[in-house]
Design a protein around this ligand. Structure first.
Ligand SMILES: [Ca+2]
Ligand SMILES: [Ca+2]
Ligand SMILES: [Ca+2]
Ligand SMILES: [Ca+2]
Length: 328
């Protein structure tokens, strides 16, 4: 085999390998165009846009990566310019990092409600934050962690870790982001690592120019016949359109204020083993401000699907099929 051919094959393997590409360590990811994750204190009304005051993310680290790593949080505190004030600042949140057996594969870890043993696995690090001017709009770093302290998951050839952000008191909104990093003091990605969640609670842009379209990318595994998406408190803010390699654009319903909406969609053959592109277009005209939203997707068995920060197989691009005219 020539060197060039070998390099080509290597690049193809790199781009198509589970679980994703270089950019999977920023949460939200660059392709998602989502400004922030959000979690509220448990005394907030759900009409602020958080149904359960808890958010779980998983990080996957390729098994051949053996160096220490860090989980970094941007604006971990609840106070200041970035966060969402409700009356006065009185909110506390705990972030907890888990590894070890069951941190991912325990059934309660794959749910969309913080119930039963959703904190499965071994607690590796935890810290509680309130209002903290020193950390406002700054990065806080958990770690170093040893990749071998994750839960090895064969299908991803990766060690999996879990981070949970739970509101424990108060009623304000905590906006934040994560980064999985090789370094404690800056964001340096780990090649081939990725992140995913089963229920995504995030902030929409405070801007409705056409470039402010947010995306999430559920992965469609083999055996998926249809999906059921479920979204909460979307405030009738624009349009939800699903695009895939075989789907030019299918409209899905969005919820209104403090309200759930769900709908099903059959999966097409060419969509198996790839990601769907869920596109969220802001409403035109009067801006819907500080819109916090929740979404999850399940298959026909009621199993929740993963939203990967770096879409598996890349961002799907619609490819119209050539029309074959039968010969007479
Ligand atoms: Ca408050
Ligand atoms: Ca802050
Ligand atoms: Ca914050
Ligand atoms: Ca909302």
């Amino acid at each position: 085999m020539t060197d060039t051919r070998y390099i080509q094959i290597f690049i193809v393997l790199l781009l198509t390998a589970l679980p994703g590409r270089m950019s999977g360590q920023a949460v939200p990811g660059p392709d998602e165009n989502i400004p922030y994750l959000i979690t509220f204190g448990p005394e907030a009304s759900t009409s602020w846009g958080d149904d359960d005051f808890s958010q779980t993310f998983f990080f996957t680290i390729p098994v051949d990566y053996k160096d220490p790593f860090y989980i970094r949080i941007y604006d971990p505190d609840i106070g200041g310019k970035t966060d969402e004030l409700n009356n006065f600042w009185n909110t506390r949140m705990v972030y907890s990092v888990y590894g070890g057996k069951g941190c991912y594969t325990h059934p309660d870890a794959k749910g969309i409600t913080p119930a039963n043993n959703y904190k499965s696995g071994t607690l590796l690090a935890t810290r509680t934050f309130g209002m903290d001017n020193k950390l406002d709009e700054k990065w806080f770093t958990f770690g170093p962690f040893n990749p071998a302290d994750g839960e090895y998951y064969q299908k991803f050839s990766s060690n999996v870790f879990k981070i949970i952000c739970d509101g424990i008191s108060g009623d304000d909104g905590n906006l934040y982001r994560y980064f999985l990093s090789r370094r404690s003091d800056e964001n340096v990605p780990i090649q081939g690592a990725n992140a995913f969640t089963y229920e995504y609670t995030f902030r929409m842009w405070n801007n409705n120019d056409t470039s402010f379209v947010s995306h999430i990318y559920p992965f469609i595994d083999s055996g998926c016949v249809y999906i059921k998406q479920k979204n909460f408190d979307w405030d009738d803010d624009g349009d939800f359109i699903i695009v895939s390699v075989e789907r030019k654009g299918q409209d899905m319903p969005l919820s209104s204020e403090d309200d759930w909406v769900e709908d099903r969609m059959p999966i097409l053959g060419a969509e198996i083993g790839k990601s769907l592109d869920f596109r969220f277009y802001k409403r035109r005209g009067e801006l819907v401000k500080n819109n916090n939203v929740v979404i999850s997707v399940e298959n026909q068995y009621g199993e929740n699907l993963q939203f990967f920060s770096a879409p598996i197989g890349g961002v799907p691009v619609y490819k119209p099929r050539l029309k074959v005219t039968p010969k007479k």
